[in-house]
Design a protein around this ligand. Structure first.
Ligand SMILES: Nc1nc2c(ncn2[C@@H]2O[C@H](COP(=O)(O)OP(=O)(O)O)[C@@H](O)[C@H]2O)c(=O)[nH]1
Ligand SMILES: [Mg+2]
Ligand SMILES: [Zn+2]
Length: 310
């Protein structure tokens, strides 16, 4: 029997089997996962093999290779990190032009880390109902910019429901990680996508009666039209990625494209003669805000300070 882990409440895992059943499962005590050093060996999004017991529960007997995953560092000091979710099809980065303002540096750092983890991003511009004419114009400019680079963009209002059908269509049949600064409307979006989200969460926590907050565990929320949304409070990105200065440019799609014409292949696109990226910035083929974000991330590397992914 094969299935998908959709929830983790400590030692129990909720698995949706390929024939559509929900089975509460455990990892067998003796079972060790090859090459995985993590506080929790199985995570939401994992594809697993099950051995069903007579009581209707199951043991997880194997885990399939992960396409990708997101990690959380245990603390800033410790190097230990654990995997939170695996096999993510896309990340939804919820941003707001205002109330609160989301900076392009924040957006670009997120996009670069998503590139490093090879996870496509959909930019969800929320709270469009609050924007005045100038803010609307600015939002449209950003949408044009990011679409030109190659990112899906959708403008919505979780409050009025505007644009929500377009967003829903992008989620069908996929596992989407919900990300974004606090206050941008992630919970409001979830409630609109899943009108019974609160009810369901309460039910499941009762069933396990663990006395713990379900929110501390990852869960994939099942969308009515098919597909899942992962809402993991406190997880904004994919964890750190460690790269050389010369590599950073490859995580900015358009910088990467232009860098192929740089004279030196270890060009950092800051001062080098024959730099095609600098020329593209001067000629406005690369936007100044994107280039500034690139420099901002490059600076982190210079200072060698501890660095979150964005
Ligand atoms: N006007 C307006 N308010 C919104 C919208 N989406 C969310 N909000 C409000 O913004 C605040 C923060 O939303 P919340 O969903 O808690 O944000 P989260 O921190 O990202 O989960 C709440 O007061 C919401 O009612 C929207 O599209 N328009
Ligand atoms: Mg929230
Ligand atoms: Zn260059």
């Amino acid at each position: 029997m094969h299935g998908l882990v959709i929830k983790n409440t400590g030692s129990w895992y909720t698995v949706k089997t390929d024939d559509g059943r929900i089975v509460e499962s455990k990892v067998k005590g003796t079972f060790r996962l090859k090459g995985i050093r993590s506080t929790s060996p199985v995570v939401v999004g994992d594809r697993v093999h099950l051995v069903i017991n007579t009581e209707g529960t199951a043991f997880i007997s194997d885990i399939e290779d992960r396409r990708n995953y997101i990690i959380r560092k245990s603390s800033n000091l410790s190097k230990q990190s654990h995997i939170i979710a695996a096999n993510i099809d896309q990340a939804l980065l919820v941003v707001t032009i205002n109330y609160p303002h989301t900076s392009t540096v924040f957006i670009d750092r997120f996009l670069a880390s998503a590139e490093a983890y090879r996870i496509p991003v959909v930019l969800v511009f929320n709270k469009t109902d609050l924007l005045n004419t100038d803010e609307m114009r600015y939002q449209q400019m950003l949408i044009t910019l990011y679409q030109t680079i190659g990112y899906h963009c959708v403008a919505v209002s979780a409050e009025t429901g505007a644009g929500m059908q377009t967003l829903q269509a992008l989620l069908v049949g996929k596992v989407s990680l919900l990300s974004g600064n606090s206050g941008v409307g992630k919970s409001t979006l979830i409630n609109r996508l899943l009108p019974d989200a609160h009810l369901r969460t309460a039910e499941i926590s009762d069933a396990h009666n663990a006395g713990t907050h379900t929110t501390t565990f990852s869960e994939m929320l099942q969308l009515p039209e098919g597909g899942y949304v992962i809402d993991t409070p406190g997880i904004k990105g994919f964890g750190t990625f460690d790269i050389e200065k010369e590599e950073l440019g490859s995580y900015f799609k358009e910088i990467f494209e232009f860098s192929k014409d740089c004279r030196f292949n270890n060009c950092t696109h800051t001062h080098e003669p024959g730099c095609a990226v600098l020329r593209a910035v001067e000629n406005h083929y690369i936007s100044e805000s994107r280039y500034l974000s690139y420099l901002n991330m490059l600076e982190d590397k210079d200072e060698r300070k501890y660095r979150e992914a964005y």
